[in-house]
Design a protein around this ligand. Structure first.
Ligand code: CTP
Ligand code: CA
Length: 224
């Protein structure tokens, strides 16, 4: 069979990737965010480009940088901005992988001025953000659409539910249970589940190797 990754299997393909956290503004100096580093998404972008793809990387706030002639990077802050940027590129993409840790909620009202510590307690009302991945599932045409699932319990079942509910072609289950896997780390432990519920579990590996594994799976599915 040979190593399909030694050729340029993604030549002439457009790959859309989301990465990093989103920040949701509370007031002029504060936000709601999360610990996502963006590493997994940036590694996916590198691997896709190395396989010949034209890459559109939409990332939330991160210090990571990337420089490759095949990678265009779009930096956004909030879930709303990420939603809008992603929809600019989705129709023309062949593969979309959404690895961003998008905030599920944002403050319902953004305070114009810095909130003062004058009260004994503070309640900030939150409203849901748009689910970017689900919105892509709803308008899916030719795209091979891949989501991530970050779970701490009942992992495989929760991932399968997301796969079905969001109309995905595959989902990458990210284990937070494992030491060494996940946020801020350079290693990850994943399980790849396709829409026919074929399940493939991988060992703990560097995020660069994980990115290779993910594209190896996707390319096999697309060419199957
Ligand atoms: N996602 C997204 N837009 C959101 C929330 C999530 O695109 N507003 C995407 C993530 O990038 C990921 C997938 O949906 O690919 C699953 O994210 P996850 O947080 O694991 O699941 P949720 O559907 O948000 O459900 P919950 O957080 O309740 O488990
Ligand atoms: Ca979520």
């Amino acid at each position: 069979e040979g190593d399909i990754l030694s050729k340029l299997p993604l030549k002439n393909k457009k790959v859309l990737i989301t990465a990093g956290p989103t920040y949701e503004t509370i007031d002029p100096v504060r936000f709601i965010g999360n610990h996502s580093s963006g590493k997994m998404g940036f590694e996916l972008a590198e691997v896709a480009a190395s396989l010949g793809a034209e890459v559109f990387l939409v990332t939330g706030p991160t210090h990571l940088e990337i420089s490759h002639s095949l990678i265009k990077i779009f930096r956004v802050i909030s879930a709303e901005e990420m939603y809008n940027e992603v929809h600019q590129h989705y129709k023309n993409s062949d593969i979309a992988i959404l690895s961003a840790a998008v905030a599920d909620y944002r403050p319902k009202n953004v305070a114009k001025n810095k909130i003062k510590k004058e009260k004994a307690s503070l309640t900030i009302e939150l409203e849901p953000t748009k689910d970017i991945l689900a919105s892509l599932g709803q308008i899916k045409e030719h795209q091979y659409l891949v989501g991530f699932a970050l779970e701490t319990n009942n992992e495989e079942n929760n991932a399968k539910q997301k796969l079905a509910n969001k109309n995905l072609d595959a989902i990458v289950l990210n284990s937070l249970n494992d030491e060494g896997a996940g946020f801020g780390k350079s290693t990850n432990k994943i399980t790849f589940i396709d829409k026919d519920l074929n399940i493939k579990a991988f060992k703990l590996k560097s995020k660069a190797e994980v990115a290779h594994d993910i594209f190896n799976e996707i390319i096999h599915k697309i060419n199957a």
